[in-house]
Design a protein around this ligand. Structure first.
Ligand code: SF4
Ligand code: SF4
Length: 767
């Protein structure tokens, strides 16, 4: 051994592999990995000794000044006082020969008594207790096998640890959150136990087995934790909450956050070396290394690929995380939470939207001190995204981040919709396809009108409309894209089955549900009075019942002309029904020409358009308002326009609406306006005072339109200068009104301040 590999300084010893509680969220017994079943209940003394020797040797070879050893389980107190003393004595004697030993224990506390407390103090063991908050919260999961409450037992243990003679052994509380619990009551219950430190844990989940999301809120975990964060800050941070401290800029991270190399190994009760415990949530055997303490030194285990990849910092993350502005603080979240069958750990965290929003929450409250000088300085990665967008357009990499987070939100909603789906086979098929053909699933889920469909399905207050279960149609669309044969029952709405990104089957007499058999290039449909095989020909005639989507070649790829998806009707104004072929062709030609105009006039905006705009929805014509256009907050990737024959005009509409879409995606992640603001602001482009978010949207769109007209003015195009001055004035007045309104969050102040900076440059450029 040459001591050249990266040393490991933290070790978890599973000294007892069984437990006296039966928590239904336990990753040891209730998740994918079931290796505990084949292991001894107690770690035999010879195994404890072998582990202690390995750890001691490792500390010696690497000159480690300290190693941290955590006694874990199952439940380590099941060893009893005598068994525990044996283990503690062995570890203290063997390891302290070579280095300082920081001894810790994680327990459910049920068996803790005075004798055990004295023992823990004697051996200087710091104890963390698992406790999920008030009685309702704790007993939602942390119960005995007979279903009885553990709440009083755990509180008694915490009271014992608080006693002055035991206090030195009280390390803190580990609380697994559940968004169904009341965050205020959980916070108060934790505070009442005077813990030196609280660890808040997101429930273990993967992309295969995603976290519970009870409604359409795309970031329930961030919102729940944000509430606790606010209480904590208001209370003067009266206890240490590791998650919030770790997520602050320079907070140092934890196993769950940040880019620090993985520095922990586990010794199972049979002496096996394993990777971090949380991997047990991914799949059976996920944490295994094939090594054990009898035959393999720590250095050899540290070179195991599963351990080594987590020591690569940002290089070990997926492409989305690598380009994420908060990667140095999030670090892709807990390694186990990235798992998806097929792509393995090469994914963002399944909590990605929550993590982004939570970091924003930590940054935004309380407001950071204003910069000392008048200069703006990018102090947070969140600022990097906002500053980039404040140039008026935003780079391709910022667009990629926005698109990726929007996709994550859609995936989160899909999981919530799974819980209401009557077709479990559809979910199973989607999971299977996500493994064997992830691009097909991604293409379907990124379709702009999937999220509106899911939101409508999940929102009980949504206006009446087509709320059929989306999962079967999404699964069929993905199977068709992947060329994977399947059979599924699919709900029918108005004789129509909509297959997002592909088209619609319109078969009169189909009934309320149809059996759809997918074969390469065709489907067989049986339902109501219909039994028909339909060839999915892109040039099909309407008589076949197949209405394929229409797309238009544009410089950024292909643009969908969406006139068939029922969920395109989300713009608050009438959408055009299916276009006649000549009309669709004419609109397609105008859009393609308009796209070229955007490339000619404002290449930076064109790059942002290429990076994200996938679909255009034709609005129904209104002779009184021929220049209408719109975006919908839930339909990222699409804009709606009233057909117009002039590409120059259409180019302005596209740029204008794409600004709204980008800003909407930002507002899904970051609060730019203080929540609860009900003030109104007067702006020159509307007769009625507008809410601050509406003004922000208007300002951002008008800035882009100003840039288009300025570019045209530079080429002496007619009255372009007058238009540029007109929109510049509107934008400047809107920016000033917003900054004077005191309605913005610190991030919002920064963003709008940067917009003003961009305007100043724009003004100089226009002279
Ligand atoms: S106390 Fe811990 S080890 Fe025991 S069942 Fe609950 S979560 Fe699992
Ligand atoms: S993309 Fe998501 S998971 Fe990855 S670093 Fe950013 S916030 Fe974290």
């Amino acid at each position: 051994m040459d001591g050249s590999c990266r040393p490991i300084s933290q070790f978890v010893l599973k000294v007892h592999s069984r437990c006296d509680l039966s928590c239904d969220h336990c990753y040891v017994y209730q998740h994918a990995d079931q290796t505990w079943r084949g292991r001894p209940a107690r770690m035999p003394p010879a195994t404890v000794r072998a582990a202690a020797l390995r750890i001691g040797e490792h500390a010696r070879d690497h000159g480690l000044p300290v190693v941290h050893v955590v006694l874990h389980g199952g439940e380590p107190l099941l060893l009893g006082a005598a068994g525990l003393r044996e283990v503690l004595a062995e570890l203290r004697t063997t390891i302290t020969e070579w280095t300082r030993l920081d001894l810790r224990m994680q327990t459910n506390g049920v068996l803790l008594d005075e004798e055990l407390c004295r023992l823990l103090v004697e051996y200087d063991v710091r104890v963390g207790v698992s406790f999920d908050g008030d009685r309702a919260a704790n007993d939602r999961h942390r119960v005995f096998a007979h279903g009885g409450s553990s709440h009083d037992h755990v509180r008694r243990a915490l009271a014992l640890l608080r006693r002055p003679e035991h206090r030195a052994s009280y390390a803190g509380i580990l609380c697994t959150i559940d968004v169904r619990n009341d965050p205020d009551r959980v916070y108060e219950a934790l505070l009442a136990e005077s813990p030196p430190r609280v660890d808040l844990l997101l429930p273990h989940a993967t992309w295969d087995d995603p976290p519970r999301r009870p409604g359409p809120d795309p970031t329930p975990y961030a919102d729940w934790l944000g509430r606790i964060h606010r209480r904590w800050v208001d209370d003067g941070r009266s206890m240490s909450i590791r998650m919030f401290e770790a997520l602050r800029p320079g907070g140092g991270g934890t196993e769950a956050f940040g880019l620090a190399p993985a520095d922990v190994l586990v010794v199972e009760a049979d002496g096996s070396w394993e990777q971090v415990d949380s991997l047990k949530t991914a799949y059976h055997g996920a944490a295994g290394t094939g090594f054990d303490v009898f035959d393999h030194p720590v250095d050899e285990v540290a070179e195991h690929p599963g351990v080594a990849v987590r020591q690569d910092g940002v290089d070990g993350l997926c492409a989305t995380c690598r380009s994420c502005p908060v990667v140095d603080r999030c670090g892709g979240g807990l390694y186990a939470h990235r798992w998806r069958t097929g792509s393995g750990f090469d994914n963002p965290s399944v909590y990605c939207p929550d993590l982004l929003r939570l970091i924003d929450t930590v940054d935004a409250y309380p407001p950071p001190a204003p910069p000392a000088s008048g200069e703006w300085s990018a102090t947070s990665p969140v600022d990097v995204v906002l500053d980039d967008l404040a140039t008026g357009h935003g780079s391709a990499s910022t667009l990629a981040v926005l698109a990726a987070t929007q996709l994550s939100i859609t995936r989160a909603l899909l999981v919530a919709a799974r819980d209401r789906s009557a077709t479990p086979a559809a979910w199973e098929l989607l999971v299977h396809l996500d493994r064997v053909a992830p691009e097909a699933v991604r293409a379907v889920l990124a379709h702009p009108f999937v999220r509106p469909w899911l939101v409508h399905r999940l929102d009980p207050s949504a206006p009446p409309g087509p709320a059929v279960d989306p999962l079967p149609a999404l699964a069929v669309a993905a199977a068709l894209r992947a060329g994977v044969p399947t059979v599924l029952p699919v709900p029918v709405r108005a004789d129509t089955i909509t297959l997002p990104t592909l088209g619609s089957l319109v078969l009169p007499g189909l009934g309320r549900s149809a059996e759809v058999t997918v074969r390469p290039g065709e489907v067989q449909v049986r339902g109501g009075s219909v039994a028909r095989t339909v060839l999915l020909d892109p040039l099909a005639s309407p008589s076949t019942g197949w209405f394929p989507t229409r797309d238009v070649p544009v410089p950024g790829g292909r643009l969908l002309l969406e006139d068939g998806d029922p969920y395109r009707d989300c713009y608050g104004q009438p959408v055009e029904s299916r276009l006649e072929v000549p009309v669709a062709r004419a609109l397609g030609r105008t859009l393609a020409a308009a796209w070229q105009v955007v490339h000619r006039d404002v290449p930076a905006h064109a790059a942002a358009l290429d990076g994200g705009l996938r679909a255009v929805v034709p609005l129904a014509p209104d002779p009184a308002r021929p220049l209408r256009s719109a975006t919908a907050r839930h339909a990222f990737g699409a804009v709606a326009v009233a057909p117009h024959a002039d590409p120059e005009t259409m180019a302005v509409l596209l740029v204008h609406e794409w600004q709204h879409a980008k800003l909407g995606a930002v507002l899904d992640l970051y609060d730019l306006v203080e929540p609860g603001q009900d003030g109104r602001i007067r702006v020159p482009w509307r007769p009625d005072p507008r809410p601050p978010e509406g003004v922000l949207q208007g300002v951002y769109a008008h800035l882009a339109v100003t840039q288009v007209w300025q570019s045209r003015a530079a080429h002496d195009q007619g009255d372009a200068s007058a238009h540029a001055a007109h929109f510049l004035g509107w934008t400047r007045d809107g920016v000033d009104a917003l900054l004077a309104s005191r309605s913005l969050t610190p991030a919002g102040e920064r963003f709008v301040g940067q917009l003003r900076h961009t305007l100043e440059e724009t003004r100089v450029g226009s002279r």
